[in-house]
Design a protein around this ligand. Structure first.
Ligand code: PLP
Length: 463
C-alpha cells in the first residue's frame, strides 16, 4: 500500500489572491441546467461551484508568472519573450524548430492538415477528441490501439496509457508505411483514463517507426505529469529528475504538439515543434496564414513569457508530487465509498465508470451524461462525459454505435482548489450514491456534425 494513501495533502503554496465562488441552491441549478439545454458546456461559470470540467487553461499562475506577464515584450518580430520561450522549449524537446500557437488544436490543425488527407492513416495509443476531429476533417482515418490491459479499467498496472506494439506493427503492415501519416503518442493518455505511457513503450514505438520510416508525433501536453509516473514506476528512470525524463522522452519524437493550457501552467497557449527542416517550413507557412508571424504565432509577448516560466515550474518536485497526489486523493476516497473509478488513478483527472454506477440507464440514453447532470444538480459540480456523447457514432439506420466506455471525468485544475473543496466533492457523491437507482437517461435534441458534445442540447427521457 502506498504510504501516502488517504493522508492529508498539504498544498505547497499559499494563497495571495482570491476569487469568490457563488453558493447556489438545487432549485436554482435545475433552472440553469435546463436553460443550458442540459449541456454543462453551455452553463455560465458563475453558476458553477466547483468546476472540474477540464484542467485545460484553468490553472492558477504563480507570482513569478504574473511578474513575467508585466515583463512581456510585445514586439511583432524577434521579441525577447519569444527568445525566452524558444530557448526553454528547445532545451526541453531537443527539437530545433519551435512554433508558438494559440492553443493545442491550432498546432494539430497545422501539422495534421499537412500530414493528413484522404487515404492517410494515423495510429495512436488514443487520439484526443480535437486530434481525431482535425485528422478526420482532412479525410484521413484515426485508429486507436491502446494496450489490452487498458481495457480492464480495474486492473492495477503502472502504464495503462501504452500503445499496443503488436497491433502497431500489424497496422503498418496492413496499410503500408507510405499510407501511415504518423504514429501519435498521447502522453499522458487523456481519453484513456489519463494513464501514463512508459519510456520503454515510447522507445519501442521509436524503433518501429524507424524500421518502417514512419513519423512519430508526441502529443505531450501532460509530459511533466507523465514524467512523475515514469520516475516512480519505471526503475531504470528513478535516478533521473522529472525534467530529465521529459527531455529523454520528447527527444524520441519527430514532432511534438503541446496544449500549453495543461503542463504549460498558463491559461492560453500551444506549441508545435519539429525536427525536420522541410516539414518546419510547411508548418511555418500555415502558421503565418492562420495564427501569426513565426515569433509569436497566436500568442502575445506576455503569454510567451508566462509560458516560458511555467514550463520550468511544472517540473518542480514538490509541485508535481502535490499535483499527482491531490488527483489520487479524490480517486482513492471515491473508490473507498464504492464509486467505480478507473484504476489506477491517472495524472490530471479521476474517471468514473458511469456504465457501472448508473447500470439501469442503457448506453443509448447516455449514463455518463446523466451523471454529469446529477453532479451539477446536487452540488454545482461541473464535469464532462467521455463516452457515447463524445465519441458515439451512428450506423446507417441512425442507431447509436456506442463508445467503448461511458466515463465521466473529474478534471482537476492546477493549483486552484484546496483539499476542503475536494472533500466537498466527496460529500456530494454520497448524495449520488443514494439516487443511482432512480437516475434517468437523456436524449439528444440537437447536435452539430463535429465535436458534438460542446454544443449539443439534451432532454431527460422522462420529462
Ligand atoms: C487539450 C488537448 C489537446 C487540444 O489542446 P487545446 O489547447 O484544447 O486546443 C490535444 N491533445 C490532448 C491530449 C489534450 O489533452
Amino acid at each position: 500500500m502506498d504510504k501516502n494513501r488517504l493522508r492529508t495533502l498539504t498544498e505547497p503554496f499559499k494563497i495571495k489572491m482570491v476569487e469568490p465562488l457563488k453558493v447556489t441552491t438545487e432549485n436554482y441549478r435545475e433552472k440553469t441546467l435546463k436553460e443550458a439545454g442540459y449541456n454543462t458546456f453551455l452553463l455560465k461559470s458563475k453558476d458553477v461551484f466547483i468546476d472540474l470540467l477540464t484542467d485545460s487553461g484553468t490553472g492558477a499562475m504563480s507570482d513569478k508568472q504574473w511578474s513575467g506577464i508585466m515583463m512581456g515584450d510585445e514586439s511583432y518580430a524577434g521579441a525577447r519573450s519569444w527568445e525566452h520561450l524558444e530557448s526553454v522549449v528547445k532545451e526541453l524537446t531537443g527539437m530545433p524548430y519551435i512554433l508558438p500557437t494559440h492553443q493545442g488544436r491550432a498546432a494539430e490543425r497545422i501539422l495534421y492538415s499537412i500530414l493528413g488527407g484522404k487515404d492517410k492513416v494515423f495510429i495512436s495509443n488514443t487520439h484526443f477528441d480535437t486530434t481525431r476531429a482535425n485528422i478526420e476533417y482532412t479525410g484521413a482515418m484515426a485508429i486507436d490501439i491502446v494496450c489490452e490491459e487498458a481495457k480492464d479499467n480495474q486492473i492495477d498496472l503502472p502504464f495503462k496509457g501504452n500503445i499496443d506494439l503488436l497491433k502497431l506493427e500489424e497496422l503498418i503492415q496492413q496499410y503500408g508505411s507510405v499510407s501511415i501519416a504518423a504514429v501519435i503518442m498521447t502522453v499522458t493518455n487523456n481519453s484513456s483514463g489519463g494513464q501514463p505511457v512508459s519510456m520503454a513503450n515510447m522507445k519501442a514505438v521509436r524503433k518501429i517507426c524507424d524500421n518502417h520510416g514512419v513519423l512519430m508525433v508526441i502529443d505531450g501536453c501532460r509530459i511533466a505529469e507523465n514524467s512523475y509516473f515514469v520516475h516512480h514506476r519505471e526503475k531504470e528512470y528513478s535516478h533521473l529528475t522529472y525534467e530529465e525524463i521529459a527531455k529523454e522522452m520528447l527527444n524520441l519524437g519527430d514532432a511534438f504538439i503541446m496544449s500549453a493550457k495543461k503542463d504549460g501552467l498558463v491559461n492560453m497557449g500551444g506549441l508545435l515543434t519539429v525536427k525536420d527542416e522541410a516539414l518546419s517550413v510547411k508548418c511555418k507557412n500555415m502558421l503565418i496564414i492562420s495564427e501569426g508571424f513565426t515569433t509569436y504565432g497566436g500568442l502575445s509577448g506576455r503569454d510567451m513569457e508566462a509560458l516560458a516560466i511555467g514550463l520550468k515550474e511544472v517540473f518542480d518536485k514538490d509541485y508535481l508530487h502535490y499535483r499527482i497526489r491531490s488527483t489520487a486523493y479524490l480517486g482513492e476516497h471515491l473508490r473507498a465509498k464504492g464509486i467505480p473509478v478507473v484504476w489506477p488513478i491517472g495524472g490530471h483527472a479521476v474517471y468514473i465508470d458511469a456504465k457501472k454506477l448508473y447500470a439501469n440507464i442503457p448506453v443509448n440514453q447516455y449514463p455518463g451524461h446523466a451523471l454529469v447532470c446529477d453532479l451539477y444538480l446536487k452540488g454545482g459540480i461541473r464535469c464532462v462525459e467521455i463516452g457515447s456523447v463524445m465519441f458515439g457514432k451512428y450506423d446507417e439506420n441512425g442507431e447509436l454505435i456506442p463508445a467503448a466506455n461511458e466515463l465521466v471525468r473529474l478534471a482537476i485544475p492546477r493549483r486552484v482548489y484546496t483539499q476542503s473543496h475536494i472533500d466537498f466533492v466527496l460529500d456530494v457523491f454520497d448524495d449520488i450514491l443514494e439516487l443511482t437507482e432512480k437516475a434517468e437517461g437523456y436524449k439528444i435534441t440537437y447536435e452539430p456534425p463535429f465535436l458534438r458534445h460542446f454544443t449539443a442540447h439534451f432532454e431527460p427521457i422522462n420529462l
